[in-house]
Design a protein around this ligand. Sequence first.
Ligand code: ADP
Ligand code: MG
Length: 238
Amino acid sequence: MAEVRLQNVNKSFGNVTVIPDLNLTVPDGSFTVLVGPSGCGKSTLLRTIAGLEMPTSGQVLIGGEDVTLQEPSNRGISMVFQSYALYPHMTVEQNIDFGLRLAKIPAAERKERVAEAARILALQDHLDRRPGQLSGGQRQRVAIGRSIVRHPKVFLFDEPLSNLDAALRTQMRVELAQLHQSIDATMIYVTHDQVEAMTLADQIVVMNAGRIEQVGPPMELYEAPQTEFVASFIGSPK
Ligand code: ADP
Ligand code: MG
């Protein structure tokens, strides 16, 4: 497990500043949900934590270690996107195993890790299928399986359920909560779905135009929003 800390992070593209000066601590082992309107910088923040974007200034610390200059693959993180591109010609097992094979993990350990992920995600009976033979929810579980096998300390989710229908989203929400219970990892989860945020989070971060409006447990934000913006986003109706 690992705490994630952002210190005075600024991210600009050319002369456009998307994140002016952000400080945030994501507690070790927490399920932290990041919410905010489209374009407010949620994905940019996740990508900065992942190392897919370099902050213009400031530091990213994971488990107390400054990883600002480290390659994404050395950060102990794993990112699950909304559009989960599985390899259509590979089986579920091969899809889950793919990253481990690239990382040259020995075959016996790979097999063990894939079996563990399949058990956690209830994919044991589907390992020989191809993505085309799976439901949307199963495909999303395979995408998560590809992250689990790498044993990351930190999972980053960027709106992973937004392409699923309402019933599947509800089911996957339960599964994600169970996943968090069953593996020791810090979860940072971006969504624009308030229900998802309220049910999954033990800490919600409300972002607006690259700034943090409020951080706190769901009920605290709901019952005591500190700004109009937070109130309109998740606060209780007045
Ligand atoms: P969100 O995920 O909250 O919808 P993003 O982080 O994707 O927001 O985008 C925040 C802002 O940064 C947007 O105005 C977007 O256009 C801009 N942006 C994101 N990535 C780039 C990039 N590579 N180059 C230029 N502008 C970008
Ligand atoms: Mg986004």
